[in-house]
Ligand binder design. Sequence first.
Ligand SMILES: Nc1ncnc2c1ncn2[C@@H]1O[C@H](COP(=O)(O)OP(=O)(O)OP(=O)(O)O)[C@@H](O)[C@H]1O
Length: 304
Amino acid sequence: MTSEPQNVPEGGIVAEVAQMSEEERAEHFAQVEEAVAADRDVAVEVGETLLEVRELTVRFGGLTALDTVSFGIRRGEILGLIGPNGAGKTTCFNAMTGVYRPTSGRVLLEDKPLRRISKHRITRLGIARTFQNIRLFGEMTALENVVVGTDARHKTSVVGSLLRLPRHQREEKSGIERAMALLEFVGIADRAADKAKNLPYGYQRRLEIARAMATEPKLLCLDEPAAGFNPAEKEQLMELIRKIRSDGYTVLLIEHDMKLVMGVTDRIVVLEFGKKIAEGLPADIRANPAVIAAYLGVPDDDVA
Ligand SMILES: Nc1ncnc2c1ncn2[C@@H]1O[C@H](COP(=O)(O)OP(=O)(O)OP(=O)(O)O)[C@@H](O)[C@H]1O
């Protein structure tokens, strides 16, 4: 079924795809799905709401970290979630990915409420994330770290894998092949056999992204992926994020670096003191007086 995308933002792949005929769209997504996730069973309909945050409130004791925040993430877009320090970005992210239980409000994935569920089940439902502080298995190789991600999609039972039944062997082989393809995709295949802890910092960040992608998520959440990067590395990261989106993924990006956010996102949601103060296209957000006021004190370079 193909439905007409609604409220499609100007510019970016979402708009491009919206202009395509049904045939072109089908061909586009066939290519996209082949490229990185040949066996992916995620149907992509650009423009529809994939995840909805509805009146979400999170309190820590007397502190309201998130106050009745609502926004939607559309399939196929890169949504930026920004705001000054302490605005509630990470809290929102954590409430969306099962780390925190919201005080009130809901998160709906494909119209179904995400209740209090384990992190593992969140991954199964199709949400993957990276962390501000890199969390890799340091003693495992880069390749093994990504294979672990592909395991989340396996259908073999524990007994099946212990007995090394043919399906398990097939899944293992395809997991290794996919993991290798993902390392190439993020640009670190040359260090596939190195232990994660021995990789340079930039490689570790890319490895985290590859591992999250390996779970074949409907929504890929990146929490400050450019932290600690120099300008050249940030530029490369922007390219990678665009490539990820072109491959059919939907991306939620939390990022401090305004240049990066403005350069790569389709739409932006701005939080301040736990409240949503703006939502819109990057150009509109850049000119929004409330956003400018929230970022006063931030060096011009960071906002421009
Ligand atoms: N586990 C917690 N317990 C108590 N207070 C918390 C907790 N997590 C966050 N907070 C508080 O909630 C508010 C929002 O914090 P949050 O980390 O979500 O903001 P942020 O926008 O992600 O900030 P930053 O950009 O600095 O990471 C802050 O006042 C913070 O101190």
